[in-house]
Ligand binder design. Structure first.
Ligand code: SAH
Ligand code: F3S
Length: 446
């Protein structure tokens, strides 16, 4: 049996793609996965270039892997993902130990590229964007997890001025509704209860069904009808294309979780314009209030960038004000870094690194404050949770997820994995909540 070791950098989309790489390699080349890189026949690095130092990280990793190749000349090294897409053959030029370079849209060709690399003893490079053909080649996922990601669209057309994704993952392409529904049905048959619909900008989903383009809301409603699927999430949302039919769904579709990741990036209209985000703070807040009207207990999370070119102290404070107004749940925040080929990279990166770091610390402090308060308010409440597995902290306990995606650890027996249970939140610790399962007798009394 040949063994493959896969290392993944970056986002959930990359995690999803890495799973698909493994599925393809197992099916076509009978590879099995190993977690020990010393015994691998193929080393795969699925890269991310969203923020700085991405290229350097890749070359450092290849440098370490080259030592393994010196010991085992049959070992092949493959670089995929967004750095591969961006750098192409520069990678093999700078790091000749690399045998295969493939992009996010050519990952289904990896087994064939591996075969060619072995047979022809020469580098294989394919970073093209062949529409959506990859999904026609990817085999069905085998899983024993109760949650699963399903890619619904690839690429992005938004061209936010700071973002490299449209350049590395290509133009937005939506998968047809029926293909996605079939994939979800097969996952549900294996016990999956929660689906996370994935894409760079899922709000602009336009998959074909019966000859017509359908919206994300339509796809979510169809997903909710599948037996066994009781929870639906989606990531990531762009506020600009958040359509009314989706806002409407929150009023009547219980399968749709009371949690939305809705990246605002900045709370200053001036900066949002420079970022080419296509909404104002007022529009964003109006969307938030419409969501809250339809789902009063909805929690929101966001991504933030600090130190974008020309961000003044006032712009930054405007972002803090929005944070105080929305009171976000656990969110992500980043220091701006110029990315190759993006319009923002042409602007002067004129906020000093020291200032960026200070702003990031202040912003994260504010975010933590609100997220902590949300957790504190959950203490004493009963939350409907999906039991996802054994607790990472204590093998004698289980781990579950709340609607707002918080981890809850609680004492119980393993037979509940994959079930929805009502859990009373009894405490909030640094990285998780502690809970106590409501016993059947307790549940009957309610
Ligand atoms: N499609 C998603 C985001 C993808 S990238 C959306 O619409 O929001 C994930 C996050 O990385 C972004 O939301 C942004 O906050 C951050 N990011 C992207 N490019 C960046 C850059 N050049 N510098 C710093 N952060 C960046
Ligand atoms: Fe990037 Fe903006 Fe698309 S952040 S992924 S260009 S929505």
């Amino acid at each position: 049996m040949k063994k493959v070791f896969i290392k993944t950098h970056g986002c959930q989309m990359n995690e999803y793609d890495s799973e698909k790489m493994l599925d393809m390699l197992s099916l076509e080349e009978k590879f099995i996965q190993t977690t020990n890189q010393d015994e691998a026949d193929l080393l795969v690095l699925n890269t991310c270039s969203i923020r700085e130092k991405a290229q350097e990280r890749v070359f450092h990793q290849v440098g370490r892997w080259k030592k393994l190749k010196d010991k085992n000349p049959n070992l092949k090294i493959a670089i995929g993902g967004c750095v591969a897409s961006q750098e192409g053959q520069q990678i093999t030029k700078r790091a000749p130990a690399v045998d295969i370079v493939f992009g996010p849209q050519t990952l289904h060709r990896l087994p064939k590229m591996y075969r060619s690399a072995v047979q022809e003893e020469k580098n294989q490079i394919d970073i093209s964007f062949p529409k959506i053909e990859k999904f026609d080649h990817i085999p069905d996922t085998k899983t024993d997890e109760p949650t699963a990601f399903v890619s619904i669209a690839e690429g992005c057309n938004k061209y936010c001025s700071f973002c490299v994704v449209p350049h590395t993952r290509g133009h937005e392409v939506s998968r047809p509704v029926q293909d996605i529904i079939e994939e979800i049905k097969k996952l549900a048959d294996q016990g999956v209860r929660e689906i996370n619909l994935l894409g760079q900008n899922v709000n602009n989903y336009k998959g074909i069904d019966g000859g017509e383009k359908k919206s994300l809301a339509f796809l979510i409603e169809r997903t909710a009808k599948i037996d066994g699927i009781d929870r639906i999430r989606y990531t990531t949302s762009h506020p600009f294309e958040f359509r009314d039919d989706l806002v409407e769904l929150y009023a009547h579709l219980p399968e749709l979780v009371s949690h939305v990741h809705l990246p605002i990036q900045s709370g200053s209209d001036r900066i949002l314009k420079l970022m080419r985000r296509r909404y104002t703070v007022e529009k964003y807040l109006d969307l938030v209030s419409r969501l809250k009207k339809n789902r009063p207990n909805i929690s929101l999370s966001s991504d933030f960038i600090v130190g974008f070119p020309n961000e003044s102290q006032q712009d930054f404070e405007d972002t803090l004000s929005v944070i105080d107004e929305v009171r976000y749940d656990e969110s992500f925040s980043f220091i701006y870094s110029p990315r190759p080929n993006t319009p923002a990279a042409e602007m002067e990166d004129n906020v000093s690194l020291e200032e960026k770091k200070d702003r990031l610390a202040i912003l994260q402090n504010r975010l933590n404050h609100h997220a902590f308060n949300i957790g504190r308010k959950m203490v004493g409440t009963i939350e409907r949770c999906l039991v996802t597995g054994i607790s990472k902290k204590n093998p004698g306990e289980l781990q579950a997820r709340t609607e707002n995606n918080r981890v809850v650890n609680f004492p119980s027996s393993a037979k509940l994995i994959g079930e929805f249970v009502d859990i009373e939140i009894v405490d909030q610790l640094t990285n998780c909540l502690r809970g106590k399962i409501k016993t059947e007798t307790d549940l009957c009394q309610n």
